[in-house]
Design a protein. Structure first.
Length: 150
């Protein structure tokens, strides 16, 4: 199958970092990467542009990593409580979802997307659980979640 050669303008998880030259399927390039401005066609002009931005990209990466590490430290001491209906033997009617945890974090002042919260295995009983939050490609935070009878 044919591949399209692109230069990434932004870091994309599981594909590459900004400035990398990648080969992707034409549909992925045409429908996702190019319209969102995440990549550009690999031309000599684009290569020169990326080379001139290398220092700025490295500085931005370092700042994002520092911000993620600071947020992970704040989350480490955080405990949130989610009220759920449960049976008499402490089994939940349903389960605690990543979206519920994200909403509770937002109420506490942390704006974290629910797709970055990993609830594995699913929370289906009352009690305390540690949930991983992927803040950066190199940084994961942990949040203590208490599920109480509601």
């Amino acid at each position: 199958m044919a591949q399209v050669k692109l230069i990434l303008l932004d870091d994309i998880e599981k594909l590459g970092l900004a400035g990398d030259e990648v080969h992707v399927a034409p549909g992925y390039a045409r429908n996702y990467l190019l319209p969102r401005g995440l990549a550009a066609k690999a031309t000599p002009g684009t290569l020169r542009l990326v080379e001139s931005r290398k220092a700025m990209i490295a500085q931005r990466r370092a700042q994002e990593l520092a911000d993620a590490q600071a947020l992970a430290e704040k989350l480490a001491g955080l405990e949130i409580s989610i009220a759920m209906q449960a049976t008499e033997d402490d089994q939940l009617f349903g389960s605690v979802t990543a979206r519920m945890i994200a909403d509770e974090l937002k109420a506490q002042g942390f704006d974290i997307d629910h797709s970055r919260i990993k609830v594995d295995p699913p929370i289906k009983s009352l009690g305390g659980f540690e949930v991983e939050v992927k803040l950066h490609s190199e940084v994961e935070g942990k949040v203590k979640v208490w599920v109480v009878r509601g």
